[in-house]
Design a protein around this ligand. Sequence first.
Ligand SMILES: *Cc1c(COP(=O)(O)O)cnc(C)c1O
Length: 391
Amino acid sequence: MDWMEKELQDLHVGSAKRQLHRTTSLAQQPGYAIRGARTLLNLSSNDYLGLAQHPKIVEAMREALLSDGAGASASRLVTGNHQPYGELEAAIANWQNSEAALVFGSGYMANVGVISALVGRGDVVFSDGLNHASIVDGVILSRAEHARYRHNDLNHLRALLEKHRDKRRKLIVTDAIFSMDGDAARLSELVRLKREYGAMLMVDEAHGSGIYGRQGQGYCHALGLHDEVDVHMGTFSKAFGVYGAYVCGTHTLIEWLVNKARTLIYSTALPAAVVVGISSALELVRAEHWRRDHLLTHSKSFRSALRDAGFNVIPGDSPIVPVIVGDNETALQFSHALENEGILATAIRPPTVPAGTARIRFSLSAAHTEEQLTMSLGIIERLGRQMGVLA
Ligand SMILES: *Cc1c(COP(=O)(O)O)cnc(C)c1O
C-alpha cells in the first residue's frame, strides 16, 4: 500500500488533495452552515429553493419514520417497494406530463443504471465533454463506445454522429444545466440532431428541475421541448432538498428500466420516510413559484455584479455562478479567505473541472436574502483585489 501515501503526497503538493470538512446545517437558519466554531453563509449548497430545512417536509418524514421504520429492508424488486413509491411516481409523472416515472436511490445511481440499461457493446453514446461524472460512469459500465463532443459544440457532435452512423443504438446525453459551469445545453439543436440521426436523447435535469418551468418541471419544459426528450432524469437531492432521483418517459421505457437498470435492481430501496419527504417537497416545488422567481432574480444580479467587478464569470442565467481563478492554490486560498470572513464558498479543482480552470463555484438559494448577497459581494470583491484575482 506504499504507493497510496506517495500519490496522496503528490496530490497535496499540487493543491489537489481533497478533505472532508464537518459541516452542520441548522433548521432555524436555512442558507447557513456551521464549520468548526463558525456559522457561515452557505454559498456552496445545491439547496436551490431553500427546502432542505422546510418544516412541512421534515414533519412528513418524521411521521413516516414512526409508521414505516428506518429502512426499506430490500430492493424494490424484492420487498422494498413500499406504498409511498407508487404515490410519488404517479405524482412525478403527472407533474412532468409523462406517461410514467421511476424513482432511483440517487442521481448518480439513476444515470449509471439508465445509461447502462439503454446501450451496450456495439452501441455508442454521444456525451457532452462537461457532463456530470455519473453520466461518464454510466457509459463506462454500459461498455458502449464513448463519443465525447466538445462542450456545446454541435458541429463536433454532428461529425461524431456522421462517423458512427452505422452503429446499432445511439444515445445523446447531456446535462440540461451544467453542474460546474452553470450554463445551459443547446437543447433545440440537440433535438434536431437526434431526429436527423435516429438517436435517443437523454437529459439530466439535476440543476434544472425545480428551478425552471412553470411548476419547476425543468429546463426542457421551460423551452417547450419536453415531448422531444426520450429519457428525462432529475434529482431530489438539489432543489427538492431531500435525496433520490427520478426518470420519466414512456411506460415501455420504465418497464425496461425495472428489468434492466442494475442500480435499481441490486440496491436497497430508499427508506419510505425519504420517499414521503420527496412527495411533500414536490407539492412545495409545484406551488411556491416565489422561490423560483426569487432565486433566478438574485442569481442574475449576483452574476452581473461579479462580472461588473471584473471577475472572470462564466456566462449563464442559472443559480450556479462560477468565478474562474485558474490555479488550484489560488482557488483554495480564496476559498479560505472567504471562510474567514463568514462565507462558505468552496474551491472546485481538477479533475472535477478542466486543468487550469480551478474556480470558486457560488451557488445561490431562495433562502438567501438580498442583504446577505449584497454584503457577500462586498467581501468577495475586497478579497478578490487583495489576493490578486481581480486586477
Ligand atoms: C448532482 C448531480 C448528479 C447526481 O445526483 P445525486 O442525487 O447527488 O447523486 C447527477 N447529475 C448531475 C448533473 C448532477 O449535478
